[in-house]
Design a binder for this molecule. Structure first.
Ligand code: ADP
Length: 598
């Protein structure tokens, strides 16, 4: 019956754990189970040795009554009972010292294993997520993704893996105890089965759904709270401008109240199993005592059973409690398995950054008959597009919102993969095998430049440790991107912290950081993406100047612009419409047509 109870949840969890764990963890799994078991067995031994020693201290004459004790007494050459008792007390002290020392070592190894699994899993999930395509990131909330890689691996090891090991070891311990007791008195086993087992099953049935509900609520509300806090902090300016502090505070506060309730209820619920089991055991003892009072003829039989029952229950009850807590945890955190499995799924495997086929770029980039449709879109966002760009050419792309410019750039960057046609570089198709090297030669200057919370080094020599930075190259890059004077004026120079999201820089300076970053990595192709027209004219002027400053560098450039003036240095300007290149112009033609239209 007990087996039936465990069957679905425990066996399926073991199966899932087996799928998720890495080889190196599985090797340690048996050792961990053994250690946890050893801890429990040492606990039993600790309890088991106190009673006989106490018995001998209170009744020293028993030393000579028991055959075993007598032989120990003689073998060790004792002549005085008192000395023998001192010796036993010293042994008792030593056993407890060793038992507790072992418990610390076991806890240490157990925690090390558990955190080891969690960190390895976390790293693998991080790597897998970075291998996903852009669509995945667009479809998933970033707070959830961070939670999945940072928190769930720890939940997996702490609330699923360890409880499973604890559950298994407790089952073994309880079985050992029951077998040991059955050697003395088989009736006690029967008594335990009819009292403790039903209460165990009932308690589990009572708490399992509640536990699962609380854990899921806890998880949902925690994610919600993090999201709300992030949003409010990131949206500080708008929150202030709309005078909506109270609104966001109330929203946050309401969820906090809810999570508080969940924490309190879950904590209280956790106490319930041990109480129910204790009540059952005590009820059984009371009934036995009562029965022995009323029926003195079977008194003798019961009197011998009661101490054994108490001793057994005393050790089995905590085990049952641990089993129930473990089962509750396993049930409550089932949702973690699904998320981890999904994040580990093969979609993220075989990533480009593990395969590096060389790629030359000396002549041209070509879009050949290229088409792309978003999975949720109902028409082609890029439609059979053909375009060849020679190295060093400067291309402007204009077009109404929704005409496909961003989609085309994302295909160029390989964040989106065309369903038809292809992108060719020096006649070679860009595939998963060479896309890493392809991206390496592209610099992307977005309107919202991503700025690391760090200094100029961190932001320009992106991902290069400070000690490895090439200072000569850095100087050159700073001059080309027109940041040299800006940095010179700062007391801490390149070491100046730019602040999260570049809060301490102007819009134009942030763009220049992106330009410097692209130049530092020797990008051969630069993409300027002015996604909206919401640039102030000062920033726009700065960008135009920056583009001008690097236009002699023989870099291929794609400039997506809303403002025509940004396109001044372009060799040719294409107009996009419905995913196609509708027209091409020179800068002068565009200026002329605008003047004529006015
Ligand atoms: P532009 O950059 O020129 O404004 P986009 O490349 O963003 O244009 O969009 C081209 C077309 O693709 C539009 O019709 C737009 O609605 C559609 N589109 C863009 N992103 C998505 C998406 N994630 N899912 C579905 N359709 C999209």
């Amino acid at each position: 019956m007990k087996k039936m109870l465990f069957k679905n949840i425990v066996f399926s969890t073991i199966r899932e754990i087996n799928l998720i764990l890495f080889k190196q963890h599985k090797k340690k799994l048996l050792l961990m189970l053994f250690l946890i078991l050893l801890g429990s067995v040492l606990d039993v031994i600790g309890l088991a040795v106190i009673l006989p020693v106490a018995n001998l201290i209170f009744n020293p004459e028993n030393i000579h009554k028991s055959h075993y004790i007598q032989s120990i007494y003689k073998t060790l050459g004792f002549t005085s009972d008192t000395n023998f008792l001192y010796f036993l007390l010293a042994c008792l002290g030593l056993i407890f010292l060793l038992k507790n020392a072992a418990a610390v070592v076991i806890s240490y190894l157990q925690t090390k294993f558990s955190y080891g699994v969690a960190t390895d899993l976390s790293q693998k999930l991080f790597k897998n997520i970075l291998n996903r395509d852009l669509q995945y990131f667009n479809d998933h909330n970033s707070t959830n993704l961070v939670r999945n890689i940072q928190i769930y691996p720890f939940h997996f090891s702490t609330y699923l893996l360890l409880p499973t090991l604890i559950l298994l070891s407790e089952v073994i311990v309880v079985l050992i105890i029951l077998i040991a007791i059955s050697l003395f008195n088989i009736t006690v086993i029967g008594l335990m089965v009819v009292t403790l087992l039903p209460s165990f099953i009932l308690t589990y049935k009572l708490i399992r759904n509640r536990t699962q509900f609380y854990e899921m609520e806890r998880n949902r509300l925690n994610t919600e709270l993090t999201r709300q806090a992030y949003q409010t902090i990131h949206g500080y300016i708008d929150v202030k401008l709309f005078n909506k502090e109270m609104y966001f505070m109330t929203l946050f506060g309401k969820n906090q109240q809810n999570i508080k309730r969940v924490y309190i209820n879950a904590f209280t619920l956790n106490l319930v199993p041990s109480k129910i089991i204790e009540i059952t055991a005590i009820s059984a003892i009371i009934i036995m005592f009562g029965y022995s009072l009323f029926s003195p003829e079977i008194n003798a039989n019961i009197t011998t059973m009661i101490p054994l029952f108490i001793a057994a229950a005393y050790r089995v009850m905590p085990s049952m409690n641990r089993m129930l807590i473990a089962l509750g945890s396993i049930k409550g955190y089932q949702y973690v398995i699904g998320v981890i499995k999904d994040s580990l799924s093969p979609k993220g495997k075989g990533s480009a950054y593990e395969i590096d086929e060389p790629l030359d770029y000396t002549e041209s980039i070509e879009f050949r008959n290229l088409s792309y449709k978003y999975p949720s879109g109902n028409k082609l966002s890029v439609d059979s597009l053909n375009l060849k760009i020679s190295k060093g050419q400067k291309i402007g792309i204009i077009g109404k919102s929704g005409s496909g410019k961003t989609t085309l750039i994302n295909i160029l960057l390989r964040f989106l993969k065309e369903q038809q046609g292809g992108l060719y570089v020096d006649g070679k198709k860009i595939t998963q095998s060479n896309e890493n090297n392809w991206r390496q030669i592209i610099g992307y200057v977005k309107q919202n430049v991503f700025i690391i919370d760090g200094n100029f080094y961190d932001n320009i020599a992106f991902g290069v440790p400070k000690q490895d930075v090439d200072h000569k190259k850095m100087d050159n890059v700073l001059k080309l991107s027109q940041l040299y004077d800006v940095v010179q004026r700062l007391p801490q120079g390149l070491n100046t912290n730019i602040g999260e999201n570049g809060a301490k820089l102007s819009g134009g300076q942030r763009q220049r950081i992106a330009i410097a970053r692209a130049l530092y990595k020797d990008a051969q192709i630069l993409i300027f993406d002015e996604a909206t027209s919401a640039l102030d004219s000062e920033t726009e002027k700065e960008i135009t100047e920056s583009i001008e400053a690097i236009s002699n560098e023989h870099k291929t450039m794609f400039i997506i612009a809303h403002r025509i003036t940004t396109l001044k240095n372009c060799d040719v300007i294409y107009e996009m419409e419905d995913g196609k290149l509708k027209n091409s112009y020179s800068y002068d033609e565009i200026v002329k047509s605008i003047l004529e239209a006015n």
